[in-house]
Design a protein around this ligand. Structure first.
Ligand SMILES: Cc1cc2nc3c(=O)[nH]c(=O)nc-3n(C[C@H](O)[C@H](O)[C@H](O)COP(=O)(O)OP(=O)(O)OC[C@H]3O[C@@H](n4cnc5c(N)ncnc54)[C@H](O)[C@@H]3O)c2cc1C
Length: 440
């Protein structure tokens, strides 16, 4: 006899686990299937797990601001104690450097409208807070092989926006395990080391999945939360043709360096979004710094056709690009001789805005295209998807009347139409980590 569930969730990353928890809370018998050995072992485990609100759209700010309250309230939100421990939210605050991108202007408008707390810092305040920062402006972002990379700056930054209510989660994989335990406490089930090989459909409705080992699992609802494999799963379900916005996998490196020895960046540093040099960075334990690229135009984009097969090694060129950019912002940084870091994949949509939606096949849903910046939103997405699935299964016409979902902590309205698979590619996007927004 085939195994049965009310909802199969393909993937047990942070969003897959959050969707499970929120559906299980609403009485659905959920089953997450993941081909890896444990929850959060995929890209989630390599996430910088930065929680920040500075997106350039109202929707982006509203969702991320809401997410911040979940992380602050994490243990209570989960409602269970995980024997493995509880992930910790580190509220270090975020510095968004005012750069020639003009990103901060869009952000400020939404901060004011939505009531996000912020401070405007001039360069003097910036250096008082972080004496190791240079306030020089190096725009536009360059790579170290550019003959002007080390040129002396002729102008200064225009200060920064500080958002006190932001930071990062110290262990993204553990936070996913926490969600798994919370979902299990509500009756959810997880199976690992099992890959979905087929999505079964009949008369325009999903029937369930078949695993690559032949096991059939029946369910009236299947949710694609497969991260960089999202396009593979969508093709299995035959739903890509109906989508205006699609997804593909992009390789991304994050590097790990010791902070300058004269400054305790771990305790006194801030997550910093430096659009002027094209990087983001945040404090890491042991007085280290994690550095990612904000994907400025000069950085090559490495699209990956097969998400199971790509170069997982840190490359000298990208390491130098990111670490040397940090050295421009932090002149006392000591460039390490050993190149440390991780390589993983973003699941990038055509406009770098996620797709949280139903599909052309009844009962088949997707929470995909997270474009390197949706860890922070995982619990909000869980809530949004559970509301959407529940309402659509009860007859709501999502395509013609996209749901407005009330968020739990801030009470702000989330417009699911913004995340529709059928939207026009958003022209306000920068089509980068800066996205319509700023990645991470
Ligand atoms: C290097 C890096 C840094 C990042 N930094 C940040 C950050 O600072 N802040 C932020 O907000 N976001 C960040 N992100 C983005 C964030 O981590 C992701 O948006 C989030 O983790 C996505 O979670 P998920 O549950 O959708 O998917 P994933 O973690 O991608 O999990 C998908 C799961 O699906 C499983 N799967 C795939 N195919 C199958 C199949 N056929 N059968 C069974 N299982 C399958 C995989 O094994 C995997 O475990 C970063 C991402 C990366 C890669």
């Amino acid at each position: 006899m085939a195994k049965r569930a009310d909802a199969i969730i393909i993937g047990a990353g942070v969003i897959g686990a959050a969707v499970a928890f929120e559906l299980a809370k609403r009485g659905y018998r959920t089953l997450n299937v993941d081909k890896l050995p444990a929850s959060g072992y995929g890209p989630t485990s390599n996430s910088c797990a930065i929680v920040r609100a500075h997106y350039s759209s109202r929707e982006g700010v509203a969702m991320a601001y809401e997410g911040f309250f979940y992380w602050k309230d994490w243990a209570r939100y989960l409602g269970v104690v995980d024997d493995a421990g509880t992930a910790r939210y580190m509220n270090c605050g975020t510095v968004l450097l005012k750069s020639a991108t003009g990103h901060h202007e869009k952000v400020l408008k939404h901060y004011r409208d939505l009531g996000v707390e912020y401070e405007e810092w001039d360069n003097r305040t910036l250096v008082e807070k972080i004496p190791v920062y240079s306030t020089d402006a190096f725009w536009p972002p360059k790579r170290p092989d550019d003959p002007h990379f080390w040129d002396e700056a002729e102008v200064e930054l225009d200060g920064a926006i500080f958002t006190p209510g932001s930071g990062y989660v110290n262990d993204p994989q553990l936070s996913t395990h926490n969600l798994q335990r919370a979902a299990e406490a509500k009756g959810g089930e997880f199976i690992f080391r099992k890959a979905v090989g087929e999505i079964r459909r009949e008369n325009g409705r999903v029937q369930g999945v078949t695993l690559t080992d032949g096991l059939e699992i029946d369910a009236p609802i299947v949710v694609n939360v497969a991260g960089p494999h999202s396009f593979v799963i969508n093709r299995m379900a035959g739903v890509e043709d109906d989508m205006n916005v699609k997804t593909r996998a992009l390789r991304h490196e994050v590097h790990h360096v010791p902070a300058p020895p004269d400054f305790d960046f771990e305790h006194d540093g801030f997550h910093t979004s430096d659009g002027d040099t094209g990087i983001y960075f945040r404090p890491e334990s042991g007085n280290h710094i994690l550095i990612g690229s904000e994907d400025p135009d000069c950085d090559p984009r490495v699209w990956v056709d097969d998400p199971d097969n790509y170069n997982r090694g840190v490359t000298e060129k990208q390491w130098e690009a990111q670490v040397y950019r940090l050295a421009r912002r932090m002149p006392s940084l000591r460039i390490p001789t050993e190149r440390k870091g991780i390589v993983d994949l973003y699941d990038v949509s055509d406009d770098w805005i996620p797709i949280y939606d139903r599909s052309s096949v009844d009962g088949f849903y997707m929470a995909i295209g997270t474009s390197g910046n949706q860890f922070k939103n995982a619990p909000v997405v869980g809530h949004l998807m559970a509301e959407l699935i529940d309402r659509v299964e009860h007859g709501h016409d999502q395509d013609n009347d996209p749901l407005k979902v009330r968020s739990v902590y801030t009470g702000l309205e989330l417009d699911s139409g913004f995340y529709s698979r059928k939207r026009e590619v958003n022209p306000n996007s920068s089509f980068s980590v800066n996205g319509e927004e700023c990645r991470t």
